[in-house]
Design a protein around this ligand. Sequence first.
Ligand code: ARG
Length: 461
Amino acid sequence: ESGALWGGRFASGPSPELARLSKSTQFDWVLAAYDIAGSRAHAKALASAGYLDEDELGGMLAALDVLDADVADGTFVAAESDEDVHSALERGLVERAGKELGGKLRAGRSRNDQIATLVRLYLIDHGRVIARDVIHLIDAIVSQAEAHPDAVMPGRTHLQHAQPVLLAHQLLAHAWPLTRDLERLRDWLARASASPYGSGALAGSSLGLDPVLVAHELGLDRPTENSIDATASRDVVAEFAFITSLIGINLSRFAEEIIVWNTREFGFVTLDDAYSTGSSIMPQKKNPDIAELARGKSGRLIGNLTGLLATLKALPLAYNRDLQEDKEPVFDSVNQLEVLLPAFTGMVATLRFDTARLRELAPEGFSLATDVAEWLVKQGVAFRDAHEISGELVRYCEERGLALDEPDDAALAGVSEHLTPAVRSVLTVDGSIGSRLGAGGTAPERVQDQLVTLVGRVGAL
Ligand code: ARG
């Protein structure tokens, strides 16, 4: 007998071409355990509404346990004739519970409310795994920041030397977006924790089954409010795909910095051998492949999101088979992040920074010019003029191949009467960094503050 869930009104079974097109067991089998959990909950709702007596419920749950174990150890697998995970598992249940009892479970549910529920359960579980992996990465960043409390580096805008900053400040700048991603996952979880079970195909159930019971059995907060919306919407899936894309993008920005820092020209970092690769032809090479894969996979994650959004665009309500296309992209995003994050964390945890070189480069490119301008403001000069004077000092130094702190007193006074020798107090990297005491600034006290705040924010999640 074929595993098809219909037949009554059909004179023939599906053509082989249709069966091949329609089949989803090759990717939806990862939902099998969730489907069985849904069946357990549904059986209890049927029993509590009087459609299964106590013996029948016991028999049904026992058969589902056997099926669960058989799926887990690979004894039960999808057959060629099974269309999807739901039809395969109904076949498996009937084989174990018998036609009479097994045939009762489908009452009051549809694959449409099933699939909408199962995909949420899958994403909630994997969202937890991804959140844990992101926390490990944030921990690695925080450890590197704590290990380098005094290290300074050239801060950049437009990839040009801008102002010196603490290395810890720059590193923590990558931890904050990831922390917000964790908060996004938490906010998403609140929306995702509604159970579409009981919505049926689209119109709801006439059997008086308790949707709250099912929701709670499945570990969800509550049932959904609208059976049409519950079976037709996939914004919960799209939002998850967006959050995973954003995690990928945030990794890719860190990755790009690591790739640049790791070049001979920058020479800011060395990668650990265990987290870099060699070349098959060039014996000297040591490549930042983890960072490059992060950069590459972020494109793939964006593709998964946009593909899903394109599937949803202008799709009429309620369920359409197009919705079967929601799963592969989001499953792929989960799989990619679950392999990428641990490798990325290992790479970050083992980065070695050349702090001497970072310190040497920090004041280059006249990166203290803003400090001169702000010092002038503190002496009562209008910022417009201060900017001009500081710019003239940069030009004076550039023409003579001098650093900003090298002109003598007379030369300073020649640029502007306001440039007294006292300006030299701000013409050091540590003086510049130490003066940036404003909220979120790069002064060591502020970086220590933000580190404590960050650890608290992550700890509260
Ligand atoms: N396998 C389908 C999906 O992934 C669920 C089945 C609903 N099929 C249907 N013909 N109503 O969306």
